[in-house]
Design a protein around this ligand. Structure first.
Ligand SMILES: [Zn+2]
Length: 415
């Protein structure tokens, strides 16, 4: 099985310019005792939005690894793909996140349902998971509902897996993601979801469920911390039990599609993975682009004007930019600053509104979420944007490394 290792960290880079700065953050984690496997992830949607190609992510990763002499394993993740999208990623990716969101809630054939019920016969009424105090009780109706929701999706995931397996000779990591759906999955449901993977013989390495609470783009977690903590811990225990029970890969672990910046739950995750001596994969897409534009905004009159222009256009094209992310944004339009307000106050106010510093009274999560989605506009500006990246390269790289290490890696993985 592919060696993703105990701890791994998926980092996105919309424009593919910060591979080294990202890897430097991972190296800092190693220096501080957390051996984290770096993964570069990019979704199909992202590639389409900025008009980039899968092989560029591979080239970026290879170049960073070489430049910094990194000797550990590293991966390139085809994030949120399905059978229709996988081909372009086969030659360059060694991590495949199979997204089954479209198939959740679609009904499986009766014959397969019956066979699956036989497969899980001993768990049909109750499940006792070591470490979880109260047993899971499942009524016939509940189990039926779970089958209706997940069995067909698992079958579709197995089709994608088989296709990759047939077409890929080197080892690869398999993730199944179901985070981009309306309802979170309970630990009970997660147990049966893993059973469906075993039933269809998908050797899954990471599973990305949808958790309770809001995982909005680039801002902190919103939800009940105690509830999250209980759910996360039970998920870890369910995974541990299910992988032994069903013979799933020993390195199977949770994957959190964090949406970046989930500062209030990082310490909870850190404490619980240490407590249970278990692995974890965390993805943080998008945050690197926000660092780029944040530094550009505060690094001189020309950069400030450019950032203002992006923001003004983002306001005008609000629906277009935000509509791909219905479940991961909470923007109150009335709380978005006026462009003139920034213009009249100079770059400092804009930079402080954007940077995610929770002690900063000027920080504005609504503004930050919108800018998080505005990378499409920078892509359209092409050379006009890239010239700023080069002009402020040193400060941008420092900001990218600092952000990823101090705010993410350190809090999730380092003791
Ligand atoms: Zn996701």
């Amino acid at each position: 099985m592919a060696g993703l290792g105990k701890y791994s960290f998926g980092t996105g880079d919309r424009f593919g310019k910060e591979g080294e700065a990202q890897l430097r953050a991972v190296l800092q984690a190693w220096e501080n005792g957390a051996e984290v496997t770096p993964v570069w992830n990019k979704s199909h949607r992202e590639h389409e939005t900025v008009n980039s190609k899968p092989h560029l992510v591979r080239e970026e990763a290879n170049a960073a690894i070489k430049a910094l002499n990194f000797s550990g394993k590293y991966f390139v993740d085809a994030d949120h793909i399905d059978l229709k999208k996988v081909d372009a990623y086969l030659p360059v990716s060694n991590f495949f996140t199979i997204d089954v969101a479209d198939y959740i809630g679609k009904s499986a054939a009766e014959k397969e349902k019956d066979e699956f019920l036989k497969f899980i016969a001993k768990f049909q009424q109750k499940i006792n998971i070591p470490g979880i105090q109260s047993e899971f009780k499942i009524s016939e109706e509940e189990l039926d509902e779970i089958l209706e929701t997940f069995l067909f999706a698992a079958k579709k995931a197995s089709e994608v897996y088989s296709y990759i397996e047939e077409n890929k000779s080197e080892e690869f990591v398999v993730e199944v993601s179901m985070d981009e759906v309306e309802n979170p999955q309970t630990p009970e449901e997660l147990f049966f979801v893993l059973a469906t993977f075993a039933f269809y013989e998908i050797p899954v390495n990471t599973i990305a469920p949808k958790f309770t609470g809001r995982f909005n783009k680039g801002i902190d977690y919103e939800g009940d911390l105690e509830k999250f903590s209980k759910e996360f811990e039970e998920d870890l225990l369910v995974l541990d039990f299910a992988k032994k029970e069903f013979g799933l890969p020993a390195d199977l672990k949770l994957s959190i599609h964090s949406g970046s910046d989930k500062f209030s739950i990082y310490p909870i995750m850190n404490r619980l993975i240490k407590k249970h001596n278990t692995g974890l994969h965390v993805k943080t897409a998008g945050t690197t682009w926000v660092e780029e534009i944040n530094v550009i905004a505060e690094s001189g009159e020309d950069g400030f004007e450019f950032a203002l222009e992006i923001y003004e256009e983002a306001l005008n094209r609000f629906d277009e930019l935000t509509s791909p992310y219905p479940d991961v944004l909470d923007i109150d339009k009335s709380k978005l600053p006026k462009v003139a307000e920034f213009r009249n106050n100079g770059c400092e106010k804009m930079a402080k509104a954007l940077r995610h510093n929770q002690e900063e009274p000027l920080f504005n999560p609504h503004f930050r979420q919108l800018m998080h989605c505005a990378y499409k506009l920078a892509a359209e500006k092409d050379e006009n944007f890239f010239k700023f990246i080069e002009k402020y390269r040193k400060s941008i790289e420092e900001a990218v490394t600092h952000n990823l290490y101090e705010k993410h890696l350190k809090r999730v993985f380092v003791k």
